[in-house]
Ligand binder design. Structure first.
Ligand code: FCA
Length: 348
């Protein structure tokens, strides 16, 4: 299959593949020999992500490829941003001789359709980050690795509550802004956890305001925060939380746009990839900390477990939850190095 200079048909059906294979490598999955035939000896897996532009997912891909390099399997990286793209990607993976895929789905309710398509193509499925939800509303019985969303959210809330006290901010001038995305379970668990953590620190529940974001990116959060700021002109100091780094960075940007600064905003994200630019700035911003999560575990281990499932029939654990670690600009390099997330040159 070729993507570069392809026909309209390719553009329509396979735009997802071009996202990752790009044009520079001749449209072959990484490390596969030219002329490799579907069904050849070398195991191939897909790795489908809902937001290929997000650094978290790029990191997952990078670590999945590291697993592929170690064990000698190919990883076909696919940006699958909607249901149509996911379903056509599954057919394409099968046509290329892949035997399974890891997926962070663009919509958890696609679970039944994705499983039907995967089963029809005899592909094994490992879900990462976002868990499939069946037509009955329950989580589906498909191997899953996600973050310990509630605990991680609570640690965000505790960090915000502790900063509020440490800075001695007057409560009558202060509120918390939570940018929410309740359609997604892992997102809701995170922000509910943050609220619980703040309350456990003694922060008043009636000063925690939430604003739903329409899209889970920086722009979605920027817009949600803008609405909240317009509703609450009386608030002089903000504590900010959300489902990920993007959710907090967008809100912090919206606040900066209205004159708030590092003395009046404390944001704590969840992630550790996107927010690195904040920590690397010479002057601190209102983005104070994040709860570092592990694209290494979510990328490398999911790919490794899927590979062993295909190769040896070792069924992966059904439900794995990974931990987080609060980091700030003071300690991020050290903690990220300890977690295997920075290379020798100190970059991601
Ligand atoms: C979800 C979010 C990502 C990341 C991941 C672990 O998929 O959208 O940003 O936080 O969970």
């Amino acid at each position: 299959m070729r993507v570069c200079g392809g026909s309209l048909w390719i553009a329509a059906a396979l735009v997802l593949v071009s996202t990752v294979w790009g044009c520079g490598d001749g449209g072959q999955p990484n490390s596969s020999a030219a002329g490799d035939v579907p069904g050849g000896d070398r195991i191939r897996i897909g790795f489908l992500v809902k937001q290929p532009e997000e650094p978290w997912f790029q990191q997952e891909w990078k670590f999945a490829e590291k697993a592929g390099a170690k064990y000698g399997f190919d990883v076909i990286k696919i940006g699958a941003t909607d249901g149509e793209k996911v379903l056509s990607a599954i057919d394409n993976l099968a046509a290329q001789g892949a035997q399974g895929f890891v997926i962070c789905t663009p919509d958890v309710r696609l679970g039944p359709a994705i499983m039907a398509k995967a089963n029809a193509n005899q592909l094994k499925v490992f879900t990462v980050d976002d868990q499939f939800v069946g037509s009955d509303g329950a989580f589906m019985n498909v191997p899953y690795m996600g973050i310990s969303a509630r605990d991680i959210g609570e640690s965000v809330g505790h960090t915000l509550g502790a900063e509020f006290k440490r800075r001695g901010w007057p409560i009558e001038e202060t509120a918390a802004a939570g940018i929410t995305f309740d359609e997604l379970n892992t997102a809701r668990d995170r922000t509910e956890g943050a609220i619980a953590g703040l309350i456990a620190e003694g922060f008043p529940a009636d000063r925690i305001y939430t604003a739903p974001q329409r899209t889970t990116d920086t722009e979605g959060s920027f817009n949600a925060a803008g609405t909240l700021l317009t509703q609450h002109p009386e608030i002089k100091r903000w504590l900010v939380f959300g489902m990920n780094d993007e959710g907090v960075m967008g809100a912090v940007r919206a606040m900066e746009g209205r004159g708030f600064n590092t003395d009046t905003v404390v944001g704590v994200g969840i992630g550790g990839s996107t927010c690195l630019v904040e920590f690397e700035k010479a002057t601190p911003s209102g983005f104070y900390a994040t709860c570092l999560i592990s694209p290494l575990r979510h990328g490398y281990e999911t790919a490794e477990l899927l590979y062993k499932w295909i190769k040896d029939g070792t069924v992966p654990p059904k439900d794995t939850r990974t931990k987080g670690f609060i980091i700030t600009r003071e300690n991020y390099k050290q903690v990220m190095t300890e977690q295997g997330l920075l290379d020798e040159s100190g970059t991601l």
